[in-house]
Design a protein. Sequence first.
Length: 414
Amino acid sequence: MTVGIERLAVYVPGYALPLGELARARGVPPEKMTQGLGVESMAIAPPCEDVVTMAASAGARLLRAARVDPETIGMLLVATETGVDNAKPVAIFVHELLGVGRRCRVYELKHACYAGTAALMTAADWVRAGGGKRRRALVIAADIARYALGSPGEPTQGAGAVAMLVGPEPKALVVDAETATYADNVYDFWRPIGRREALVDGKYSVECYLEALGGTFTAYRAGEQPLLGPGEALSDRLARLLYHTPFPKMAMKAHRRLVEIDWRAAPARWAEVGPVLEEVTAASYRTAVAPGLEAVARVGNTYTASLYLCLASLLEAEGAALAGRRLGLFSYGSGCCAEFFTGTVPADATAVADAGVEEMLRRRTVIDVAEYERLARASEAGGEPPPGFTGEFVLHGIRNDRREYGRARAALAA
Ligand code: CAA
């Protein structure tokens, strides 16, 4: 049975901090940001915005674009590591804000940045399990990446949400049922209960990511081996490779590792490719990876949504050219769990290659470091939307330990 992503929509907060300015404020060479990490700017959420409002804004954009009656959604999953309550799921607030019907399975998933993929796979399995029944799930990945001000993680913050309609008529990506997973209990990145900012062992987290990539890709490749010629690399069969991208340089490191594993496993060509591996990797990075990184370089880390922001932005830019082509996707969540999977862009992908990424990025207001620090300190306090607010929903405030949400005034007027 064909199952996959029928359509995607993106929401990114309306405020952007250029990272060159952050570098100057922190006394760091700007090249460390632009070249060392590959980041340009990061999206900043104002105090009236949290993961619920971002997820709902992405979901509302998606349901409108796909002309889907919310009552027909049978499963609503929200993946996040920026949950707002230890018991009450983000998904149930989103369920109300979007007007999804009562006969719906609704829950939140957590496993650091991997949860977006856990939700997508769960939804795809649920659609498959329906057999002939026409099941449709709404999967939303949403996060605000926060590290302490002035810490090495600070330039790798960001915020955003990606909503995906998962069903039997995938017009964005047909998701292959065979995948490879990897899990290991590691302390690379975590956020103890009660803390707003994540704790991270930065360099170790990069090692854990690469280890997990090796584990998943080696297993996936072994499954595909019978289909490959003795001197053929699997990466050559994949038109684009998308990686979980906390910062674009991480995708470059990941790609280098994947290409090396791939060619080492093709002994008939390794003697020829091995000595020029750096050139081979650089060339395939330019064609297969860089095109998917445009948006993340301007948004920053969106944790669970990161891989799907890459996918949305890639389809928006190249949906038509990629019709019928196969993509490889790698999802990593610290702690850790990872998955490598593939999917094919359907022939009619152009019809849905409009996730709204460019439009959202164009509408942003550029802020300075002082304003960013003010917003970061007031994060999730609630209140009136500031000028330039682009969201559809707002967090009014938190009263008696209860979060109160509503429609943004501009959205009400629309
Ligand atoms: N010009 C050009 N490049 C420069 C430079 C300059 N003036 N100064 C430094 N650089 C380069 C460095 O050489 C380095 O490049 P390489 O990695 O290729 O060697 C790069 O800039 C980073 O500099 P540092 O090595 O000094 O690293 P740092 O102390 O700034 O920390 C980091 C980098 C560990 C990624 C940190 O930003 C961090 O902790 N980020 C959060 C954790 C994270 O994103 N981990 C990724 C894997 S885990 C994951 O993916 C899950 C998740 O989403 C969190």
